[in-house]
Design a protein around this ligand. Structure first.
Ligand code: CP
Ligand code: NVA
Length: 313
């Protein structure tokens, strides 16, 4: 199956597969729009910017935040969202990824996908004629980091000059932080055990673009002067077979009060959630006064509404 090229003069299709695909100006446009939509919602002002539009949500993995924020967000924008669970479509088994992308493009205005392989979301974007949003892949989690940046902007008034430290696995969340550091003027420092560094390609491209990214095995070095200290699970979805080995590898990489004492006194505690208290983060810190994890979760709603409007509206 093929699809015709867009008529000449038409805006080429936008996707949000990676933060690396966006310019700094586009990122700032998204933050501004998200803050406007957040204010509108707080004031109870309707904002049906996507009335009559439909979002298809493909999930190969479980989710609380991503599913609810996209579905509720689309409803608040006057549109409709359809949840497609793994057994519903059998992405890549019952039907090929390109066929799913091309069929959905005939019915809906936007596709969001949470996939195992990053190549699946790339393939969806390549073959869909409607915008595709990455709702987490093995490589990246762009919507999460955009919500986190929005949280820092709200809490600190800016991103420029901030230092974000991350304790733990160089996973999809970290890779998207590295991408963001290449576009926005904050520095990023990861403390991880050796062998758990971020993706080499993501790191090389970001550094070439001027990102200030430090990778170390030393927690003290990473969190020194940090404005925010972030962590995520030691075992990401899809890595369950490695969980015993990972518990061992990361046992000294817990975000706790001792670690926070090494950062700036008012440093923010961040986590994308879900969290495992007593593993990557202590309960005291996760539920403590410096934690902004619920702001991060709330901001998934606002930034994703902005992303959907920006892609479709
Ligand atoms: N942070 C995040 O993406 O949460 P879910 O896995 O619940 O969607
Ligand atoms: N790194 C985690 C993030 C969950 C939101 C995972 O991929 O499972």
């Amino acid at each position: 199956m093929t699809h015709p090229a867009p008529p000449s003069g038409a805006r080429s299709k936008r996707d949000l597969v990676s933060i690396a695909d966006l310019t700094r100006d586009q990122l700032e446009e998204l933050f501004t729009l998200a803050l406007r939509l957040k204010t509108d919602r707080r004031k109870g002002w309707p904002h049906p910017l996507l009335a009559g539009k439909t979002l298809a949500m493909i999930f190969e993995k479980p989710s609380l935040r991503t599913r609810v924020t996209f579905e509720a967000g689309m409803y608040q924008l006057g549109g409709h969202a359809i949840y497609l669970a793994p057994p519903d479509i059998g992405l890549g088994t019952r039907e090929t990824v390109p066929d799913v992308a091309q069929n959905l493009s005939r019915w809906v205005d936007l596709i969001m996908a949470r996939t195992f392989a990053h190549s699946t979301v790339v393939d969806l974007a390549k073959h869909a004629t409607v915008p595709v949003i990455n709702g987490l892949s093995e490589l990246l989690h762009p919507c999460q980091i955009l919500a986190d940046c929005l949280t820092l902007i709200e809490r600190r008034g800016r991103l420029d000059g901030l230092k974000v430290a991350f304790i733990g696995d160089g996973n999809n969340v970290v890779n998207s932080w590295v991408n963001a550091a290449a576009k926005l003027s904050f520095s990023f420092a990861l403390a991880c055990p050796s062998g758990y560094e971020p993706d080499a390609g993501v790191l090389a491209a970001a550094r070439q673009a001027g990102a200030q990214v430090a990778i170390t095995t030393s927690i003290a070095e990473a969190v020194r002067d940090a404005d925010a200290v972030y962590t995520d699970v030691w075992t990401s979805m899809g890595q369950e077979k490695e969980s015993a080995m990972r518990r061992e590898a990361f046992r000294d990489y817990q975000l706790n009060a001792g670690v926070m004492a090494l950062a700036k006194p008012d440093a923010l505690v961040m986590h994308c959630l879900p969290a495992h208290r007593g593993e990557e983060i202590s309960a005291e810190v996760l539920d403590g006064p410096q934690s902004v994890v619920l702001d991060q979760a709330e901001n998934r709603l606002h930034i994703q509404k902005a992303i959907m409007v920006w892609l479709v509206g």
